[in-house]
Design a protein around this ligand. Structure first.
Ligand SMILES: Cc1cc2nc3c(=O)[nH]c(=O)nc-3n(C[C@H](O)[C@H](O)[C@H](O)COP(=O)(O)O)c2cc1C
Length: 190
């Protein structure tokens, strides 16, 4: 038994090749997101998909903070994920799980991308107000994250300071510090 390969292989590069993602692969990534579970099966996620050279890509790109623009400029695909904050399946008002659910759908998308050899890099560093305006989102719908997707390139295509980040460690917290049994802070011995 092992952790699935797509989880072990996934990481968030900043150096992307210009090569486009085949449309059928992009569609599979979005289909996977569509299949994610959600509170009351509301499926609050929405995806705006930009292909390099089109108006959507440009609109998404222009909302990114400068640091992210420096590397995401090479990404052949930029996807903005947004979430609807009210329930529509039943008239029960606010949906507390909108961001949780949308994040989960993005995880499905990212792992399916990896399964297809496509790397993704999520970005919270963008102007959400500008993005909401650019896509004329309804009042109850909020941008959450922008996902750069494509194939990995050599770090040397990046400005040196950003290239250095490609090889740095991405440490994770130990299981002991996040998995508890009967008491907060008391590691569970598995
Ligand atoms: C919600 C979210 C927002 C992020 N925002 C940015 C960002 O604005 N710019 C960036 O370069 N990386 C961003 N990242 C990438 C994280 O820094 C990265 O996922 C984390 O360091 C773990 O590295 P790994 O994905 O390579 O395993 C973001 C990731 C997530 C999930």
């Amino acid at each position: 038994m092992n952790i699935p390969d797509v989880i072990l292989k996934r990481w968030s590069p900043r150096a992307f090749r210009n090569d486009p993602i085949p449309k059928e692969h992009l569609k599979l990534m979005l289909e996977a997101a569509r299949l994610a579970p959600s509170s009351m099966n509301e499926q609050p996620w929405l995806f705006f998909v930009g292909l390099k050279g089109d108006v959507t890509w440009q609109k998404i790109f222009e909302t990114l903070m400068e640091f992210n623009q420096l590397w995401a400029v090479n990404a052949p695909v930029l996807i903005m994920a947004a979430g609807r904050k009210t329930y529509t399946v039943k008239d029960i008002g606010e949906n507390d799980a909108w961001a949780y659910d949308t994040g989960q759908a993005v995880a499905y998308l990212s792992l399916t991308a990896m399964h297809l050899g496509v790397f993704t890099h999520q970005m919270g560093g963008f102007d959400k107000i500008k993005a909401a305006q650019a896509f004329q989102l309804p009042q109850d719908t909020e941008p959450l994250v922008i996902i750069a997707a494509g194939y990995k390139a050599e770090p040397s295509i990046l400005p040196p300071k950003i290239a250095a980040l490609e090889v740095g460690p991405k440490p994770r917290r130990s299981l002991d510090s996040i998995v508890f049994g009967d008491e907060y802070g008391k590691p569970l011995n598995l």
